[in-house]
Structures are given as structure tokens and as C-alpha cells.
Design a protein around this ligand. Structure first.
Ligand code: F6R
Length: 251
């Protein structure tokens, strides 16, 4: 895993946007895997800023989002469809039929998961997957204990994830209990993975991520088995790693 250190959230976001823009320069028809949440919001802001200034085109890009709540309308302001549209898609020139986000509304959710997986394969797999990380080590909505081989599936959210996401809702009881998520087996097939972490809330999990253990109890530890992972973390997120370790990781 390659580590890039940022001084703060803003610098992390700028560096992440640079990685994405370089990917698009190299391959204008890239397949991007995208995430939602607080960590990646600044990255989308930087990409939108770049679009306004440099007109980087998304005409040939396909995007696949990691996850979506079940039973929530796309226009619900808590849905990941809404988040992506408001924070990114409506500001760039991506054709709407190039945007793929799991549909958590259908009757056949298992069929939807299979279709989603098939569609990713059809487009040749994900070139660059953007990830945040949960305080419990989750990636996508793959909670601790999830098999490293699982593909896109319906998941019941843990109490700790619902609590962490309650900040976006009126109360924890309004946070959905289920979601569709790309599986760890789906995520790890991506050619390049870009994981971002910011803030002291992520310091403990980053400390665990940089030890030698690979275990399904820490879903993100699967990334240590991948040959092309870039982690961009800010000072607060790296605050529990000793300086020597960070120095080694940065070289
Ligand atoms: C979002 C996702 C989640 C988040 C993670 C971190 O699509 O799949 O795994 O990346 O929960 O969320 P934030 O960035 O809000 O701390």
C-alpha cells in the first residue's frame, strides 16, 4: 500500500482529485468506482472546480457507486443517488446513462445485485475505486466479519455504522437498516484503489490498517493483499502511528 500524507482535509481532497484526474488523462473512458460520505465530499468539490476551470470531460466515463440504502427513493435527500447528483454529477458533463448506482427500491434485490456485478464486468471492471473507511474498518457497507470474496449483496447495517451515519438523519431511528453494497470481492478486483481517511475519528482504524494483520474482522485489511492501493490520509488520521512507521510507509 502506498501512503501519501496530507496536512489536512483540504490537501487530502486536492491530492485525491489529482489522482482521479490523472486517471482520466491516461484513459478518458475510465470506469470509476465512487463513494459517498463526508471524507470524499471535498474530492468532488475539487473535481467540480477543475471541471469549471479546465473542462475535463466525463463524456466517456462510466461510474459505479459502492452502495445505496434499500427502500429509499432516489429523490430522498438522504439517498446516495441524491448525494451523488447534488455533489458531483449535476455539475459535470457525464451522460446520465453512464451513471450506475445500486437500485435499492426494486422487489428483486438479489437480482439487482447480480445485474450490478454483471454490468461492472461488462464495462471491463473498475479502473479506479475511490473509498472512505468506517471507524470499524468497513469499506462500502462491508461490515466486520464479511467474507473477502463476497460480491455485490444486500447487507444489514451494524448499530455502529447506523450510529455513525445518524449525523445525516433526524435521529438514529430514521437511518435505514439495510443497503446494497459492492462486495469486498468486487472492490478488490478494481485495478487501482484509492482510500482516503481524515480526522482523529479514523486514527485508530488506520493504526490497525498499518499493522501486519489481514483479517475479515477488519474489512479494509484486505487491501494489504492488493498490489495497487494508494492511501491518502491527513495528519489527524495518522496521529496514532509513530513517526518512524509513517516515515517508512512514505518511502
Ligand atoms: C460510502 C461508503 C462508506 C463510507 C464510510 C466512511 O459510500 O461506502 O464505506 O466511505 O462509511 O464514511 P465517512 O466518509 O462519512 O466517514
Amino acid at each position: 500500500m502506498k501512503l501519501l500524507k496530507a496536512n489536512n482535509y483540504h490537501e487530502m481532497s486536492k491530492k485525491a482529485a489529482e489522482v482521479i484526474l490523472n486517471q482520466l488523462k491516461e484513459k478518458p473512458n475510465s470506469v470509476l468506482g465512487l463513494a459517498t460520505g463526508g471524507t470524499v465530499l471535498g474530492t468532488y468539490e475539487c473535481l467540480v472546480e477543475d471541471y469549471k476551470k479546465n473542462h475535463t470531460s466525463y463524456q466517456h466515463v462510466q461510474t459505479f457507486n459502492l452502495d445505496e440504502y434499500t427502500g429509499m427513493s432516489r429523490t430522498d435527500s438522504h439517498s446516495y443517488h441524491y448525494y451523488m447528483n447534488e455533489n458531483f454529477f449535476k455539475h459535470i458533463d457525464i451522460p446520465t446513462d453512464h451513471i450506475h448506482i445500486p437500485n435499492g427500491l426494486g422487489k428483486d434485490l438479489i437480482g439487482e445485485c447480480q445485474n450490478y456485478e454483471d454490468k461492472i464486468t461488462e464495462y471491463g471492471g473498475i479502473d479506479l475505486q475511490l473509498l472512505g473507511i468506517g471507524q470499524n474498518g468497513h469499506i462500502g457497507f462491508n461490515e466486520p466479519g464479511t467474507s473477502f470474496d463476497i460480491k455485490t449483496h444486500v447487507v444489514t447495517l451494524t448499530e455502529s455504522t447506523r450510529k455513525a451515519n445518524a449525523r445525516y438523519f433526524e435521529s438514529i431511528s430514521s437511518v435505514p437498516t439495510q443497503a446494497i453494497t459492492m462486495g469486498i470481492g468486487t472492490i478488490r478486483k478494481s485495478k487501482h484503489i484509492l482510500l482516503l481517511a481524515s480526522g482523529k475519528e479514523k486514527a485508530l482504524i488506520l493504526q490497525q490498517l498499518f499493522n501486519d494483520v489481514i483479517d475479515e474482522i477488519v474489512p479494509a485489511s484486505v487491501l494489504k493483499m492488493h498490489s495497487n492501493v494508494t492511501i491518502i490520509a491527513d495528519e489527524e488520521a495518522l496521529s496514532l502511528l509513530d513517526d518512524e512507521k509513517v516515515k517508512v510507509l512514505l518511502t
